[in-house]
Design a protein around this ligand. Structure first.
Ligand code: GRF
Length: 194
């Protein structure tokens, strides 16, 4: 059975776009449908991209709201969509325990580093400035502690010879776009059980 997903974004939305393309005509075609793309930022570039692709979008401005108030609004907004999974793709908010409990083991995130080594934002900048030869993109479950949830899959990004952070980000994102959909396909087709 096809899984229904909501993709949560805050900005550029390039991972959302890659997933959406794969749902429309790629490796996710027969295993999931996007019920909604949601943003906490009304100006997120990704919202426009999703609209142009014919995907339903919604937003709630998070600025100025208490975490629990925002999450309650978001939970209420999501309820009628009856989604099986919440897919975070550059969603720059920490989710409250209330939210996580509602979708326990069904909230997935992509992080541009090995979460055992580096948590939080600017993962590519960390890898580049640390002079690493490689970094590891991580797809993981979202649990109460930030970037501490169970690791589902990881993929190497070879950094050797890359001279600028722009280059690292460009190559890293390119791998993310393919990797995230591959992992999601495995989850939605029960090849990975969480
Ligand atoms: C990606 O690097 C992702 O790993 C991280 O946030 C970034 C989002 O980029 N969680 P985009 O909005 O998908 O382009």
């Amino acid at each position: 059975m096809q899984k229904r997903i909501a993709i949560l974004i805050s900005g550029r939305g390039s991972n959302m776009e890659a997933i959406a393309k794969n749902v429309q005509s790629g490796i996710l075609k027969d295993c999931c449908e996007i019920a909604l793309v949601f943003s906490n930022n009304p100006d997120a570039q990704g919202l426009e991209i999703a609209k142009k692709m014919g995907i339903k979008t919604e937003h709630i401005e998070s600025k100025g709201k208490k975490r629990i108030d925002f999450d309650t609004l978001l939970l209420n907004l999501l309820e009628p969509y009856k989604v099986d999974y919440i897919i975070l793709a550059g969603f720059m908010r920490i989710l409250s325990p209330l939210f996580i409990e509602r979708y326990r083991n069904r909230i997935i995130n992509i992080h541009p580093a090995d979460t055992n080594q580096y948590k939080g934002i600017h993962g590519y900048e960390w890898a580049f400035s640390s002079g690493l030869n490689k970094t590891q993109i991580t797809v993981h479950l979202v649990e109460e502690q930030v970037d501490c949830g169970k690791i589902i899959a990881q993929r190497d990004v070879d950094l050797t010879g890359l001279k600028s952070i722009e280059n690292v980000i460009q190559i890293g994102l390119c791998i993310e776009h393919q990797f995230y959909s591959e992992v999601l396909k495995q989850i939605f087709t029960n090849q990975i059980i969480m």
